[in-house]
Design a protein around this ligand. Structure first.
Ligand SMILES: [Zn+2]
Length: 249
């Protein structure tokens, strides 16, 4: 079985707010807002692990936390559990702790806003691991609630291949939204197959060899480390010499 990829929960990526600046709840978090009226889908096989349903929905926003029920693969090479919080689901009253969703299953829509939002959008935050909840962060007089173990959504979620990236910049900063096809490479010109896949970057021993690749096989390339690339191929993750990887076109 291939490892399940973690995906953004919407099919149109139109960044209406990034993090590090802007309005409250985006200053100290890695929250991003994705604009538009659209369906929200389960980003991975997951279960509802926390619900926040304020009485005052004029000023506070419905939020659901979904935790992956197995390890999932991210575009930065992480393979582990993830939790996502999705703010503004209008259908929150139907949600229950423990409800299971299969990846791709529709969870809610972004058509009815709660909280003091100015336009239709979904507000998402991503965390490493299974812990769901908030932690209060403070900077001087300012404070906001931020998802526990926060990480950047664009580092941990793939954009689905049939999704559209409409707007990826916020305040002149481009956010690096990645589709799997953007980082798919083909093994080429290996003189004596197989191309060794190693658990470390060292080429000086055979103990770190965990598998092999042949010409024409495809890999996801996460990053380079010297002359080696950290890659994924089916259930294998490790390092290969990067001179044998050609970007798939
Ligand atoms: Zn937001």
């Amino acid at each position: 079985m291939a490892y399940q990829r973690a995906y953004f929960p919407v099919k149109t990526i139109s960044l209406s707010q990034g993090y590090g600046s802007g309005s409250s709840t985006h200053k100290l978090s890695y929250a991003i807002d994705l604009a538009g009226i659209q369906n929200v889908y389960a980003p991975f096989d997951c279960k509802v692990t926390k619900l926040y349903q304020p009485i005052d929905t004029k000023n506070h926003a419905n939020t659901v936390w979904l935790t992956s029920t197995k390890k999932v693969l991210s575009p930065n090479g992480y393979y582990g559990y993830l939790t996502i919080s999705i703010t503004h689901p209008s259908e929150i009253s139907k949600m229950r702790i423990g409800t299971i969703y299969k990846q791709g299953e529709k969870i809610c829509t972004t058509s009815k806003m709660t909280g003091n939002a100015t336009g239709n959008h979904v507000h998402i935050e991503v965390a490493k691991g299974k812990d769901s909840g908030w932690v209060k962060k403070t900077n001087g007089k300012y404070s906001e609630y931020v998802i526990l173990n926060k990480v950047k959504a664009e580092d941990y979620l793939f954009v689905d291949e049939d999704s559209t990236i409409k707007k990826k910049a916020y305040k002149n900063k481009n956010y690096n939204f990645i589709k799997e096809s953007d980082i798919t490479y083909v093994v080429k010109n290996v003189p004596s197959e197989p191309l060794n896949v190693r658990s470390t970057t060292s080429l000086n021993n055979t103990k770190n060899i965990i598998g092999g690749l042949t010409n024409g096989e495809e890999v996801i390339k996460f990053y380079d480390k010297g002359n080696m690339s950290y890659i994924y191929h089916y259930e294998m993750m490790g390092y290969v010499a990067n001179r044998y990887l050609i970007k798939k076109v």
